[in-house]
Design a protein around this ligand. Structure first.
Ligand SMILES: NC(=O)c1ccc[n+]([C@@H]2O[C@H](COP(=O)([O-])OP(=O)(O)OC[C@H]3O[C@@H](n4cnc5c(N)ncnc54)[C@H](OP(=O)(O)O)[C@@H]3O)[C@@H](O)[C@H]2O)c1
Length: 290
């Protein structure tokens, strides 16, 4: 893999493609099921970034024909109230997917709440049962962002088999499941994190480099192997000198573009694919439910 200027991987276009295919799947399934698929997005508090993500997800649901059962709770909502809501949604036959928008206010225990979601309605693929299925290589709902990265690689013909893939970041949301999915796809995988010594020496050996850290400009051109595929999961809001804010990834886009063979833009890369994977998981659960 080598080129003068990287090909940009268009997450928006891929997401549209997935959504069109979901519309057809829903149209085929709905007469048998007698109802549309349903997704419940639970949000607590008024974090503006979370509110924007939730609006985005609900809009995408409407576009493909998934009914939203969104619930917005005040910041002071208790753990018990949320657990009761999740239990009710677990038993609600109109609901195929449940997700809790993170982060939650500090008095709430996110892990305990995620564990309340029935694994077959776990639209975000974060329940320990689904994580365990991934670890064992069994079918199950997969976490949306790393699954979206794998989808992107496949759609652009970038086969991880035999390649060295480096994931930077080891969160349960992205880095760890990403590691397992790349392994499942027969890559040789290295995972780096905040305690890694000489990050650049490792990233420079990556055929596929996936930064998922949350630090603008972390990955510069000198850290990238010429001809690598760079999938930027990072999403950071930065404020320019004119006071305007914009979204950037973890990659120094312009310098890396000149050396990589493939690069995802931010915005318009992994973000839209993540939303499409959420819809895909919901429709998959819908298809499997009696
Ligand atoms: N596009 C999307 O749809 C999407 C979805 C999810 C997340 N994101 C973005 O992806 C980024 C990561 O999210 P997350 O939830 O995984 O974050 P997180 O839970 O904060 O994890 C960040 C990871 O980066 C590692 N790290 C921190 N500083 C580092 C450094 N200097 N060098 C190497 N590794 C370092 C941390 O290491 P330690 O474990 O050692 O602390 C940690 O494993 C964020 O920007 C987030 O907004 C995007």
């Amino acid at each position: 893999m080598s080129s003068a200027i990287a090909q940009l991987l268009d997450g928006k276009a891929l997401s549209q493609h997935i959504q069109t295919s979901l519309i057809h799947q829903i149209q085929q399934l709905e007469p048998q099921k007698g109802r549309p698929p349903g997704l419940a997005v639970l949000m607590v508090g008024d974090n503006p970034a979370s509110a924007a993500y939730v609006r985005n997800k609900e809009r995408a649901c409407t576009n493909v024909g998934i009914t939203s059962f969104g619930k917005h709770f005040p910041t002071e909502t208790t753990q018990a109230e949320l657990e009761q809501t999740i239990q009710a949604l677990n038993h609600d036959d109109r609901v195929d997917g449940i997700l809790v928008q993170l982060p939650l206010p500090p008095h709430l225990n996110a892990v305990a709440l995620l564990n309340q979601i029935h694994p077959d309605k776990d639209a975000d693929g974060l329940h320990p049962v689904n994580m365990g299925r991934l670890l064992r290589g069994e079918p199950g709902l997969r976490s949306c962002t790393p699954a979206g990265v794998m989808w992107m690689l496949q759609e652009y013909g970038i086969d991880p088999k035999g390649k060295h893939a480096v994931v930077v970041g080891r969160s349960i949301l992205v880095g760890k499941p990403q590691f397992l999915m790349l392994l499942e796809a027969n890559a040789t995988v290295t995972i780096a994190h905040s305690q890694t010594t000489d990050l650049a020496a490792i990233t420079r050996t990556a055929d596929i480099l996936i930064p998922a850290v949350g630090r603008p400009g972390l990955i510069t051109a000198d850290m990238v192997k010429p001809g690598a595929a760079v999938i930027d999961v990072g999403m950071n809001r930065v404020t320019d000198s004119d006071g305007k804010s914009r979204l950037v990834g973890d990659v120094d886009f312009e310098s890396v573009r000149a050396i990589a063979a493939y690069l995802t833009p931010v915005p318009g890369g992994v973000g839209p694919i993540t939303v499409a994977m959420l819809l895909k998981n919901t429709v998959e659960s819908y298809g499997k439910r009696l």
